[in-house]
Design a binder for this molecule. Structure first.
Ligand SMILES: Nc1ncnc2c1ncn2[C@@H]1O[C@H](COP(=O)(O)OP(=O)(O)OP(=O)(O)O)[C@@H](O)[C@H]1O
Length: 481
């Protein structure tokens, strides 16, 4: 048996040697058909691509005016692109010796191994593109999209994933690389819709977040009722349709950099203040909160600049006009507001500023100066919500803090917030067991102090343009260069 195996092996070796010597491992190209050469065309290319597991990385379409089959797109980094032989607009004449006349594109694709094509005269569509990164604001699965030109050529992604855009030439289908995909191959993604994000008009009056920021005591049922109506008014005026992508830029923290701003958002009663309180107690040198402005009288036990900045109505209104507030409103005839300056003050102390606002206000701090890290505090499922809050009430002996209807409202409002503003959230923390939620939040905030690459919003100011051109992100080594 051994002898027979050895003879088979040597036969095999010899036939490989013969094949290599004759160079017959290369595919045989079909001859150029005469009629192709007779046509009045500039040149003809015979392209041979050896099919591997890797997709071809090209799509084809029928030209509506000429009826010819042409290369519609070449995916960056795909086999067709790497060959450098095929370009967008090239006309396909034959595939594997089979004429393409009267054939539909979908009959042709499986045949694409070697083909003859007439080059498009100026097909230099691969223009140099500065690195543009976007965060996807929705989940996309090409298998569930009947409009995608070619499912295999498309990239699937989840909300929050970062994509590098490599071509925006086509109005409807862009090309992008998924940063989490090590192959670095570009594919099709749906382009940003022109009609996205209608203009948002914000109410001038107190929103749920603002009320929370100034909440000093427990809510009476009347206050709860009022809060409920205000919550809805904040929701109604929020942005109606979230955008599809947000431009982001890579950021690698330097030890000299100011800490990023941390924004906590969530439906009223979910535990935003509780988590903030625990953070402050856990490390008062590291975390800080803003001091709000108010036009109400100072009470005896209060200190200017510690409890509030007490200002006149005139000053407050001037600051409103000068867009100095992230959030403001009126409560019992007095103005209350959180100013941008108060955030600067905390950051200037080198502390992580924990801001607690309604999600509709995030846009005021969504800049590369603040580099906000937005955490959405979400209620758990109703059973867990009931259990954890009742247990806490039992321990603290609080009266009627969280009746059943509040739980339902909270869950409903959380859903509304997530639908409207979810694209702005960097992290969602479910506040079931408060100790676990706090631990998760703390770990998350420690992570953003580290030096690994983070993706932050890009804002179109002069300094940002410099910032953008300064950074280059290598999606292979996952480094900012
Ligand atoms: N995970 C939890 N388990 C049990 N009780 C909790 C939990 N989180 C918060 N609480 C309690 O629920 C109540 C409301 O929490 P908190 O004041 O932090 O909510 P909030 O989101 O800031 O709401 P508001 O906007 O109404 O001030 C507090 O008594 C708090 O101690």
């Amino acid at each position: 048996v051994q002898e027979h195996a050895a003879s088979l092996a040597s036969d095999g070796l010899l036939s490989v040697h013969d094949a290599v010597a004759q160079r017959d491992f290369e595919p045989t190209l079909p001859p150029v058909p005469d009629d192709v050469l007779e046509e009045d065309e500039d040149s003809v290319k015979i392209v041979s691509l050896v099919k591997t597991k890797e997709p071809l990385g090209a799509t084809i379409k029928r030209d509506k005016t000429t009826g010819a089959i042409v290369v519609a797109r070449i995916m960056r980094g795909g086999a067709a692109d790497k060959s450098g032989l095929i370009h967008e607009g090239d006309e396909l004449k034959e595939v594997n010796g089979i004429s393409l006349e009267h054939r539909k594109p979908k009959e042709i694709l499986p045949l694409l191994v070697s083909f003859i094509c007439l080059p498009q005269p100026s097909s230099h569509w691969m223009f140099l593109f500065r690195s543009l990164f976007v965060r996807a604001l929705f989940d996309y699965d090409p298998n569930e999209d009947p409009t995608v030109p070619c499912k295999d050529a498309a990239v699937s992604f989840k909300r929050g994933d970062v994509l590098q855009i490599v071509s925006m030439k086509d109005d409807t289908w862009w090309q992008a690389c998924h940063l989490a995909d090590s192959s670095n191959r570009a594919g099709l993604i749906p382009s940003q819709q022109l009609h996205e994000s209608p203009v948002t008009i914000q109410p001038l009056f107190l929103s749920a977040g603002l009320r929370r920021s100034f909440r000093l005591g427990r809510k009476s049922s009347r206050a709860r009722e009022a809060a409920r109506s205000r919550r809805w008014s904040a929701g109604v005026h929020g942005s109606l349709r979230p955008p599809t992508y947000i431009e982001v830029i890579p950021y690698r923290r330097d030890s000299k950099d100011r800490p990023r701003l941390v924004v906590l958002v969530g439906p009223s009663g979910v535990g935003v203040n509780e988590l903030k309180r625990r953070l402050l107690i856990s490390d008062p040198d590291r975390y800080g909160v803003t001091v709000p402005h108010t036009t109400r009288e100072k009470r005896r036990q209060e200190n200017e600049g510690m409890d509030y900045h007490f200002v006149s109505i005139h000053m407050f209104e001037e600051d409103i006009l000068n867009h100095r507030f992230i959030e403001y409103g009126r409560f019992r005839g007095h103005y209350y507001g959180t100013s941008l300056d108060s955030v600067h003050r905390v950051m200037a102390e080198g502390k992580v500023c924990i801001l607690d606002v309604h999600p509709s206000k995030i846009k005021h701090v969504y800049t590369s100066e603040f580099k906000p890290y937005v955490v959405f505090v979400k209620p758990p499922r109703i059973e867990e919500l009931r259990l954890t809050r009742r247990r806490a009430k039992f321990i603290s002996d609080e009266e009627d803090t969280n009746p059943e209807e509040d739980f339902e409202d909270m869950i409903e409002l959380a859903e509304t917030m997530e639908n409207q503003y979810g694209h702005l959230f960097d992290k969602v923390i479910v506040n079931g067991d408060v100790a676990l939620a706090f631990r998760e939040l703390k770990a998350e905030l420690e992570k953003i102090e580290e030096t690994e690459v983070q993706w932050i919003p890009s804002t179109p100011s002069t300094s940002d343009t410099e910032f953008l051109s300064y950074f280059k992100y290598c999606s292979i080594c996952k480094q900012v260069l």
